[in-house]
Design a protein around this ligand. Structure first.
Ligand code: ADP
Length: 449
C-alpha cells in the first residue's frame, strides 16, 4: 500500500479522497492555489503545497507544479478527483515517467475514451449497445445525407472531441442537415481545435442512466449497479438517484453484466462510469468517464462500498476488496448538488458563508468542504456540497430528503437548496416519471415567480 498520496484537486472531492486515505492509514498531501489557502482540504491534510495563483490553468491544471509537489513531499501516488486533470492522459504519463502512480486507468484507456468516435467504436467492439449512427467521422455533407437517410431523422451531429454538452447540432430534415453539419464542424474546430464530427439518431425522450464499474487491470471487473441522472440543466446533472426508478432487477443485472464483461475484456484498471441514454427499454452508450464521478456517493450508499478505497487498492496492486457476489443493492439513495447559485436563474453567488448548519441523522451524508466563515472564491465551479440521503425504499428516501432540505441552512450566499425543496414536492418526481428534458421544461414554468 502507498505511504503518502497527493490529492490533485480542491473542494468537497479533495476532502472525500482525504477521508479514504486516512481510513487506510495513508498520509495525505493537499495542493492548493493562493485562493484556497484557508480551504478545509488544506487544513485536514498532513502536508500542503501552494501550487500557484487562483486561476486553475496556473494551479490545479499546472502539471509541472504538481509533479514538483510530489517530489518535494515524497508522495508515491496522485489521486486526481474529478474534473481538472482527472481525464488527462498526458498527466498520467508524466506522473508515471516520474515514478509516481496515477490513481486511475492507463493513459491508453483514458485516451480511447476521451475521443468519442474511438470510444463508441471500442464500446461496440466490446458488445455494449450504442446509438445508431455513422461508423466513424463524417467527412462530407454528402456522406452526412446518406447516413441520415439510413438512420432516419431527427439526427444529431456531435463533435468527436466534444465535452460538457458542447458541439452538438440537431437536424430534423434534409433541409437543415447541411447547416447543422457545417456549424457543428466550425464550432468543434473553434472549441476543441478538432473538427471531426459524427452522427447519431436523436433520441427524443431518453433517461440518462449510467453504470458504475470497477476493473482490477488484470481481467477482473465488477459492476455496482446504475445511477439515474436524468434531471439535468444544460447537460449538467442536478439530482441523481440509485437505483434508477425506471429499471427492474433483471434489466439492472443485464446491463450491469454487459458493462462488467466489457471492462474485464478491456483490461481496465480502476473506477469508471459507462453512460447510456435509455429509451423504450433499450440502452444506448454515449460515453465512458474514466474517473470517479461527482455522484458516486449514491452508489456507495446502496452498496456500502467505498469507491475511493477501491480505487486506491487497485492502483496499489492490492486488487479489489469485493467480488460481484458481494454486491447487494440495499434501499434507495438520492444526491442533490448544492451549488452557490441563485436557484431561479443559476447565476453564481460566491462570497462569505455567514452561518452554516448541515442536516444530519440516520441515512444522511453531506460531502462538502465549506464551513461557517468560509469565503467561496469566484474562480472555480459553483458546487459547494452534496446532500446524499439513503432510505430503505424510495418513499422513505424522499421523506428523509424533504426533512434534510428543511434543516439545511447556508446563509450569506444563495444556493440551489430552494430548488430542491420544490423538486422534492413535485408529483412527477415523486412518481419517478422524468426524462432528460423534464427539468428544463419545469424551469420554463418559472417556479420561483
Ligand atoms: P458531452 O461529453 O458533451 O457531455 P454526451 O455524448 O455525453 O456529450 O452527451 C451529452 C448529453 O447530450 C446527453 O446526456 C444527452 O442529454 C444529450 N445527447 C447526447 N447524444 C444524444 C442522442 N443521440 N440523442 C439525444 N440526446 C443526446
Amino acid at each position: 500500500m502507498f505511504n503518502k498520496i497527493l490529492i490533485a484537486n480542491r473542494g468537497e472531492i479533495a476532502l472525500r479522497v482525504l477521508r479514504a486515505c486516512k481510513e487506510l492509514g495513508i498520509r495525505t498531501v493537499a495542493v492548493h492555489s493562493t485562493a484556497d489557502a484557508d480551504a478545509m482540504h488544506v487544513r485536514l491534510a498532513d502536508e500542503s503545497v501552494c501550487i500557484g495563483p487562483p486561476k486553475a490553468a496556473d494551479s490545479y491544471l499546472n502539471i509541472p507544479q504538481i509533479v514538483a509537489a510530489c517530489e518535494i513531499t515524497g508522495a508515491e501516488a496522485v489521486h486526481p478527483g474529478y474534473g481538472f486533470l482527472s481525464e488527462n492522459a498526458r498527466f498520467a504519463e508524466i506522473l508515471e515517467a516520474h515514478g509516481v502512480k496515477f490513481i486511475g486507468p492507463s493513459a491508453e484507456h483514458i485516451r480511447i475514451m476521451g475521443d468519442k468516435i474511438e470510444a463508441k467504436r471500442t464500446a461496440q467492439r466490446l458488445g455494449i449497445p450504442v446509438v445508431p449512427g455513422s461508423d466513424g467521422a463524417i467527412e462530407t455533407e454528402a456522406e452526412a445525407l446518406k447516413f441520415a437517410n439510413e438512420i432516419g431523422y431527427p439526427v444529431l451531429i456531435k463533435a468527436s472531441a466534444g465535452g460538457g454538452g458542447r458541439g452538438m447540432k440537431v437536424a430534423h430534415s434534409p433541409d437543415d442537415l447541411g447547416e447543422a453539419y457545417a456549424t457543428a464542424r466550425a464550432e468543434a474546430k473553434a472549441a476543441f481545435g478538432d473538427d471531426a464530427v459524427y452522427m447519431e439518431k436523436l433520441l427524443l425522450t431518453p433517461r440518462h442512466i449510467e453504470v458504475q464499474i470497477l476493473g482490477d487491470g488484470k481481467g477482473g471487473a465488477i459492476h455496482l449497479g446504475e445511477r439515474d441522472c436524468s434531471l439535468q440543466r444544460r447537460h449538467q446533472k442536478v439530482w441523481e438517484e440509485a437505483n434508477s426508478p425506471a429499471l427492474n432487477p433483471e434489466q439492472r443485472e443485464k446491463i450491469g453484466s454487459i458493462c462488467s464483461k466489457a471492462i474485464a475484456d478491456l483490461g481496465y484498471a480502476g473506477a469508471g462510469t459507462i453512460e447510456f441514454l435509455y429509451e423504450s427499454g433499450e440502452f444506448y452508450f454515449i460515453e465512458m468517464n474514466t474517473r470517479l464521478q461527482v455522484e458516486h456517493p449514491i452508489t456507495e450508499a446502496i452498496t456500502r462500498i467505498d469507491l475511493v478505497n477501491e480505487q486506491i487498492r487497485i492502483a496499489a496492486g492490492a486488487g479489489m476488496s469485493v467480488t460481484q457476489d458481494d454486491i447487494e443493492f440495499k434501499g434507495h439513495a438520492i444526491e442533490c448538488r448544492i451549488n452557490a447559485e441563485n436557484p431561479a436563474n443559476f447565476t453564481p453567488s460566491p462570497g462569505m458563508i455567514t452561518y452554516y448548519h448541515p442536516p444530519g441523522g440516520l441515512g444522511v451524508r453531506v460531502d462538502s468542504g465549506v464551513y461557517q466563515g468560509y469565503k467561496i472564491p469566484p474562480y472555480y465551479d459553483s458546487l459547494i456540497g452534496k446532500l446524499i440521503v439513503h432510505g430503505r425504499n424510495r418513499v422513505e428516501c424522499l421523506m428523509r430528503l424533504r426533512r434534510c432540505l428543511d434543516e439545511f441552512v447556508v446563509d450569506g450566499i444563495e444556493t440551489t437548496i430552494p430548488l430542491f425543496r420544490k423538486l422534492v414536492d413535485n408529483q412527477d418526481i415523486a412518481n419517478g416519471m422524468y426524462d432528460i428534458h423534464w427539468l428544463e421544461k419545469y424551469l420554463d414554468t418559472k417556479p420561483f415567480d
